[in-house]
Design a protein. Sequence first.
Length: 190
Amino acid sequence: MKKKGVLPFMPLLLVSVLLIGCDSANDMSAVSSPVLPEEQPTPSRTLKPPMDPIPVPEPEPEPEPELQSPAPPVEEEHTVTVTPRPQEISWDRAKNHIGESATVCGTVASARYMSDVSGKPTFLYIGKPYPAPDRFTVIIWGENREKFNSPPERFYLGKTICVRGVITEEEGIAQTEVVIPSQIVDTLPN
């Protein structure tokens, strides 16, 4: 007899042995099964079946695929880029933010237009007047000065303004270059 042929009948054989053992559990003389010395039956114990059924492991469920929402179609013509609002800081803290894009706010303490210097710069000194070493400087070059409706050195003098741009440093002084008037985002009367 081949072992492969017996294997499918093994569960039936096991059930038959268990049923016979259960029917004759009350009649000890009917079943003569070998009992190990440490498992001698006592009057309060019942006989165990010769074999416990072999547990069959349940197949593990396959992980569910992660659901992804379909990406909306992108139309290149209508793509809008949103830039975060730059950090708003006081003029006296600007020196701690060199290299950052920020909105610096303060009162224009003094201003100068230097028409006789190369580049014809206009300087707005915020917080403290020139030459205070801890002032904040706004630079408007001559090529951008004409974009303003009024001369910046007169229009902004004494006003509280907020200037948006990248903070740089020149000779230890924090500064921002203004290219267009809208970089000066807010003017409030002093």
